[in-house]
Write a protein of this length. Sequence first.
Length: 151
Amino acid sequence: MHLESRILILRTPEEVQRFLGDIANIPRWDRGVASAKQTSAGPMQAGSEFETIAPPGTRDGSGTEGRMSYRIAQTGPDHCVVELTSSSGNARFFREAQWNFAVQPVAQGSMLTCSADFKPRRRYVFLAPVFFLMKGAIRDDLERLKRVLEA
C-alpha cells in the first residue's frame, strides 16, 4: 500500500532537511510521538537507528506504551528513507513499512513529499481500508510540520 502527501513549506530546502534530520524534532510535528531518541552510536546517517514513544495514555494493540523502532535506510541532500524495524505493538500489523521524505526547491521555498509504503502481514490484510485512511494522518502531520517550520 502506497500513501503520499505533499506540502509547500516557506523555507529553504536546507532548512527543511536540517529540521527533518534532527530526530529530536519528531515530537514537534508528529502527533503520535511524545519523544524520540537515537539508539545507535555515532552521527545520524544511513544505518543509524532510533525509537519513538507515543504520548502518555496512548496504547498500542498489545496494551503497552507505543514504542516503535526505525533505521535510516538512505539519506542524501534532498531525501531520506526510514524503515520500521519493530515487530511488536502496532508494528505487528506490518511485514514491512517505509517512509520516504523528499525535499525539492520551488520558487516559494520547498516542496516536501512524504510517502509511506506498507506491506501488511497476511493475517491483517483485512485492515487495508483502515491503513488507507492513514493518508489523512500523514497530511495532518505535514501541516503541523509546516506550522512549526514557518513560525
